[in-house]
Each structure stands twice: as C-alpha cells, then as structure tokens.
Design a protein around this ligand. Structure first.
Ligand code: UD1
Ligand code: MG
Length: 380
C-alpha cells in the first residue's frame, strides 16, 4: 500500500511539473524546489516520529486501539498525538517558503494563514491533552482563524458556480464564509476518523486532488480572464499542498494498519486548517468542498447526534468481533464508517480503510468531473 501511495504521488507530481513547465518555466523550477524540500520533509517526519514515540509513551500521551478491543493489540498503549510532528515540520517549511516565495504579492495574508495553521495545531494539541467536549471543539477553529480574519483586506468575491469565472460579492459575509470553511474542514476530518489510517489517508487523497486541480488551473484549457492572477493563486496553493501531502505521507507510514501511532486531533485540525487556508487564499473553496463529499455526507448524517437530538456516545466506532477478527456496524452510530459497514457487511479494519479511501478517490474524481462539466457549460 505504501509503495502504491508513493507511486501515485510521484505520478501526480510529474503531471504538476508538466503543467507548470507548459505554463511558465520559472514555475517549474519553483515546483521542483518545493518538491525537493517536501521529499526531505517526508523523510524527516518518518524518522522523527520513530524518535518521538518513546517520549510520548513516557509522558503517558497515548490511546487504546478501540477496534482491536479484547486482543493484545487493543491493550497496548499507542502514542498520540503524533500529528504534532508533521505539523511542526510543515510550519517550518511554510516559514522557509516565506523567505523565497512571492505569495501573490501579499506577504501579510501568507503570514496570517501561517499563523492560523500554527494556532490550530496548538489548539488541537490542547484538545488532545485536555480531551475537550464536542461543543468546545466546534469553536476552536473559529478562534484559530482569527489571524486571517483580522488581516484579510483582499477581495470579498467568490467564483459562483465553481470554475465559472463569474464573481459574486459576499461583502461582510465573506468573513463568515472564511471562518465557517475553517470550522467545517477541521471538524469534518476529525469526525470521519477512528479507523487506522483513515484521518491521514483521506488527507493525502484530498491533497492529491487539490494538486491536480491546481495543475489544471495554472494552464487552463479554456480561455480565462486574468490568467496571471489565476496562475498565481494556484501556484501559491501548490506551495502549500506539496509539502502538506509529503508530511502527511510520512505520518501515514506509521499510522497505517496496524497503527503504531495515532494522529490525534492535532493532525485533524492541522490538516483541515491547511486545506481551508490554501482554498481561501487560492480562491477555490467551492471546488475544495467538492473534494469533501464523503465528509459532507458524514457530517449531515451525523447531525442528529452532533446536535444532541439523538444521544451521542464518546466514540461512534464499529464493534470488533474477536472471533471473526472483523468490524461490525453499530446502527445507532450515525456516521459513514458504520453506514458503509452496514451496507457491505462485516470486514477487517484494513479492508474498511482501503474501501473508504477508494470511496474518497471516487468522490474526488466525481468532484473534478462536476467542475469540468460546469466549466464546459459556462464556456459554451
Ligand atoms: C471523533 C468522533 C468519535 C470517534 C473518534 C475517533 C464524533 C462526534 N466524534 O471524536 O465518534 O470515535 O473521533 O477518532 O464523531 N482511535 C482508534 N483507532 C484509530 C484512531 C483513533 O481506536 O485508528 C481511538 C483511540 O482510542 C484514540 C481516540 O480514538 O485515542 C481518539 O479519539 P479523539 O480524536 O479524541 O475523538 P474525537 O475527535 O473527540
Ligand atoms: Mg479526533
């Protein structure tokens, strides 16, 4: 699985490089530099997680693998939240890129985005340590998005429908839209979780599709107004996404079934905030939501439990059947993980994770197709 993920990333990167070269040779050298930094980060994260595991265990920062309950693996403490390592490496990369990048000519917004990702990581870590209640989790991303909100002086228009090139001015509503996107992306990843590899896996898949979307936009097939600005927005997003996918892959190596580390809320919030910032400053938030289809469905399906209409247990995971070694759906746990299990019947945790990631890929392909369809309709 690891080899397959790595090969896919390399193939996507080759596609990004090809599009970058067609757009502007200078952009190609930027992509290659960022990719080189990202590859180094992958190795750093992979290595440092191994180094940090004993420290987390010594500090008693660990969780139990609920989906292996009743087996020796279920009794073993699993260090958590190791999402701290990719987040720390990633923030360092953002600092380094700040020195060399042009950030659409707006360094202030870039710094604000960096502050949001950093603040969100800190609050995620606090959540992991303090185990906050659901109602507090919901507001943390709003607090973390403050650096961007108070610094934002850019456009308040969105492209509606996605990819159409038609601008709709939201005015003050744009600020609400930015904080809602941050709240949604962070929590959406955090509640679509609990299966070895799922949190980091879905983030890698979404990150890859964001990169494909960026590559398609630096070199659009249909004529667009203000092509230079469009290119700058998507190049900026690529700067954020290439290292993000790399550090997340470094985490996934250790988090894949059977998990040797848990990612924690630290990672879920860090990943969600990174997507939100890249999409806000890259001006493609609606397209990003097309890549979040499983998460949107999971959220809507969870609403009765999230808002207390139906009792919500601390964990809404499937049950592990010790005799068969498979996970079984719990009907009263209203989330996509249990719904898929209920439809397919019992399966192993690993197979379930693979299936959910395939579903993510299919939905992201669907998202790209919808975007392409809208684009052709508009350009006619
Ligand atoms: C969210 C979900 C909760 C789900 C949990 C799993 C909602 C409202 N909350 O809560 O239903 O159970 O995520 O992450 O939907 N764990 C595993 N295997 C894994 C990953 C995590 O057993 O592969 C368990 C471990 O005990 C770990 C714990 O989940 O310690 C982490 O849960 P936490 O992130 O604190 O849960 P929430 O984000 O509050
Ligand atoms: Mg969580």
């Amino acid at each position: 699985m690891g080899g397959f993920a790595l090969l896919t990333c390399i193939a996507v990167l080759a596609f990004v490089c090809k599009e970058a070269q067609l757009a502007d040779p200078l952009l190609l050298s930027r992509v290659l530099t960022v990719s080189f930094i990202a590859a180094t980060c992958f190795l750093l994260v992979k290595h440092f997680i191994k180094v940090m595991v004993p420290l987390f265990l010594r500090a008693n920062m660990c969780g139990r693998d609920i989906n292996k309950r009743g087996t020796p693996a279920g009794e073993r403490p699993i260090p958590e939240p190791l999402g701290l390592i990719p987040a720390a490496v990633y923030i360092l990369v953002l600092c380094a890129l700040h020195l060399v990048g042009d950030h659409n000519g707006d360094a202030r917004l870039y710094t604000a985005a960096m502050a949001c990702v950093t603040f969100m990581t800190l609050l995620g870590f606090a959540d992991d340590v303090l185990d906050l209640k659901w109602r507090y989790k919901l507001v943390l991303p709003f607090i973390a998005s403050m650096p961007l909100l108070v610094n934002y002086t850019g456009v308040t228009t969105v492209v509606m429908p996605p990819a159409s090139g038609r601008l709709v001015d939201l005015g003050l509503g744009y600020y609400l839209y930015m904080s809602l996107l941050s709240i949604f992306c962070t929590n959406a990843i955090n509640i679509y979780a609990g299966i070895n590899g799922l949190e980091a896996g879905q983030s890698v898949v979404i990150g890859i599709f964001v990169l494909i979307h960026n590559a398609l936009n630096i070199n659009p097939t249909v004529p667009k107004d203000n092509i230079e600005l469009l290119r700058a927005h998507h190049a900026f997003s690529m700067d954020m996404m290439i290292p993000f996918v790399a550090v997340t892959l470094g985490l996934l190596v250790h988090n894949w079934y059977p998990s040797r580390v848990f990612v924690g809320d630290t990672f879920c919030y860090f990943a969600g905030m990174t997507f939100a910032m890249a999409a806000i400053l890259g001006h493609y938030a609606l397209t990003l939501l097309l890549f979040f289809l499983p998460q949107i469905f999971n959220f809507l399906y969870s609403v009765p439990q999230l808002f207390g209409i139906v009792p919500c247990p601390r964990h809404r995971l499937p049950t592990f059947n010790q005799e068969t070694g498979k996970l079984e759906a719990v009907k009263s746990h209203l989330n996509l993980v249990n719904l898929v299990l209920w439809i397919t019947g019992p399966m192993t945790e690993r197979a379930l994770c693979v299936l959910l990631l395939v579903l993510q890929v299919v939905c992201c392909c669907g998202g790209l197709a919808v975007r392409g369809f809208v684009l052709t309709l508009i350009s006619k």
